[in-house]
Design a protein around this ligand. Structure first.
Ligand SMILES: Cc1cc2nc3c(=O)[nH]c(=O)nc-3n(C[C@H](O)[C@H](O)[C@H](O)COP(=O)(O)OP(=O)(O)OC[C@H]3O[C@@H](n4cnc5c(N)ncnc54)[C@H](O)[C@@H]3O)c2cc1C
Length: 484
């Protein structure tokens, strides 16, 4: 491929891919799939097709032609070989909990639902490692390892699979202390469109050997190949917990506290920000009576209670010096669960407060010093455009979410909401941040890719071509550029 200085090719190239991928799946293809996997695991049933046409986002549904439930890497290898020869789109599917349209089969074709590859293959607690198939749900893994004192920390809240989390490089409320999924992926087995099966990465904690293909596949959103086995690092479960729920009178006091807490060198396990409107929605949904003010939820982990209590005293002083109105804290896991219960229902609470509406979930991240500026901009942008918005996020890691509410039947409002979304995302990129802190590019963020990555997007596209020259893997994601 010729090196081009213009990004124009990114648009043209993938429009060509899309034309190429408009191949119909024939009865002969279906018969061949049924010779690769047991016929009952090849489905064109209405409810299965419908279920795999949409994730948890507002993005437009798109129906696959067929859904296949593979059970082994060999089956996947044979399916990919056939799909590659016939240039049929293939979209891997975990639990469909994505928030950016990542697993929506935008070009139809085959969905590979990985839920039947859900075995924990090897427990290697001596090495703090586990080998799993991609369909294992991370909550089930953590339940199993609890009695062994180990856990896989990235925690998106939704019932996601490990495969989906690796493919999206998911994280969650404890990323601040423990890192994102990429920090736990040691080794992957992947099948690429030629049908070749590769093992990448190492079981050693350290390696300087060659290019880091594990990192390349982590966050690739099913656009390079199918992940069929994952070796994860596990962390020791924390022994002691403290938690705090703090209300402030204004956003400025809250964001100043976040910055000052992070300056102390104390690393909270979680530091979450919710604005008063989110608390209002939570109160309505859960019949709670929290003060409807800007709020911080905090959690700290340590090896002894005395140390944690000392840290809590410092945090308390900071919050009071910034005029907090309520500082409620507790020690131990039960107290932590009590104080945090509301945080886990944020998404459901917003849905409940806005029945019949669609929610655009914004997911940007900025350097910590820019967080107050980011919160201000996001709030002002939604208020000044008359779009209802809920601001919340994993504040300690600079990750800002916003739920923008739009009426699906009001085209003008939908356009305004999308303009607000675009302005907020571009502002985050211009502050040195990113269009997506954890949800991935999917459909929703692809229009920002040129703005965020410039010429390096061209290099990403060339890497994609090495693995997937026919563009069959999850087509229409990451590179398909509509209007950046
Ligand atoms: C209420 C709610 C809260 C959430 N909170 C968070 C949060 O705090 N942090 C966060 O990071 N995310 C969050 N999410 C988003 C979502 O849970 C994560 O992105 C998660 O990683 C998706 O996993 P999944 O198993 O549902 O994958 P899917 O949505 O099914 O797929 C995700 C992507 O991975 C690809 N894929 C799936 N399996 C494979 C495989 N075996 N090989 C190759 N590619 C594959 C798919 O093609 C798709 O591109 C939230 C979602 C909801 C609904």
């Amino acid at each position: 491929m010729i090196w081009l200085n213009s990004y124009e090719f990114l648009i043209n190239d993938h429009r060509e891919d899309i034309d190429m991928n408009q191949r119909d799946i024939t009865d002969a293809d279906i018969a061949l799939f049924k010779s690769i996997v047991a016929p009952e695991r090849v489905s064109k049933g209405e409810s299965i097709i419908e279920l795999h046409s949409k994730d948890e986002s507002f993005h437009q549904r798109c129906r696959p032609d067929v859904v296949i439930f593979p059970r082994s890497k060999e089956e996947i290898s044979n399916i990919l070989k056939l799909a590659n020869e016939r240039k049929l789109p293939v979209t891997p599917w975990g639990a469909g909990t994505s928030l950016e349209g990542n697993p929506i089969p935008s070009m139809g074709g085959i969905v590979l639902d990985m839920q039947e590859m859900n075995r924990i293959l090897e427990e290697r607690e001596g090495d703090f490692q586990v080998i799993v198939e991609p369909g294992v749900v991370y909550k089930d893994l953590n339940k199993k390892f609890e009695k062994k004192g180990l856990f896989f920390p990235p925690d998106p809240g939704a019932p996601a699979t490990i495969g989906g989390m690796v493919a999206n490089n998911a994280s969650g409320i404890q990323t601040l202390k423990y890192g994102a999924t990429k920090d736990y992926v040691m080794r992957l087995e992947v099948v690429i469109p030629t049908g070749e099966i590769m093992t990448i990465g190492s079981n050693a904690v350290k390696t300087s050997s060659g290019y880091d293909l594990c990192r390349l596949f982590t966050g690739s959103e099913g656009t390079l190949g199918v992940i069929t086995q994952i070796t994860l690092r596990l962390a020791p479960l924390p022994m002691h917990f403290t938690a705090a729920l703090v209300n402030f009178n204004c956003i400025e006091d809250t964001t100043r506290s976040i910055y000052q807490i992070m300056c102390t060198g104390i690393i909270p396990a979680a530091l979450e920000f919710l604005d008063g409107d989110v608390i209002d929605a939570i109160n309505a949904y859960k019949s709670t009576q929290y003060e409807e003010k800007p709020t911080l939820f905090m959690e700290f982990h340590g090896s002894n209670e005395a140390g944690l209590l000392e840290e809590l005293t410092i945090i308390k002083e900071i919050c009071f010096s910034n005029n907090c109105s309520v500082f409620e804290s507790g020690i131990g896991r039960e107290e932590r669960n009590r104080l945090w219960e509301a945080r886990y229902d944020t998404f459901e609470s917003m849905k409940n407060a806005n029945r019949g509406m669609e929610i655009i979930i914004i997911d940007t991240a900025v350097p910590l010093s820019k967080y107050p500026q980011m919160v201000d901009f996001a709030r002002n942008e939604s208020i000044s455009n008359g779009i209802k918005g809920y601001v919340f996020g994993h504040a300690g890691s600079g990750n800002l979410h916003m739920g923008l509410i739009k009426d699906p039947d009001d085209t003008k409002q939908a356009e305004t909401a999308m303009k607000v979304n675009d302005a907020i995302v571009k502002f985050a990129i211009d502050l040195g941040g990113t269009s997506t802190g954890e949800h991935g590019v999917g459909i929703g963020k692809r229009k920002f890719m040129v703005h965020e990555h410039g010429v390096s997007l061209e290099v990403m596209k060339r890497i994609k071509d090495v693995f997937d020259p026919n563009g069959i893997m999850n087509p229409g994601k990451i590179f398909f550029n509509l209007s950046a």
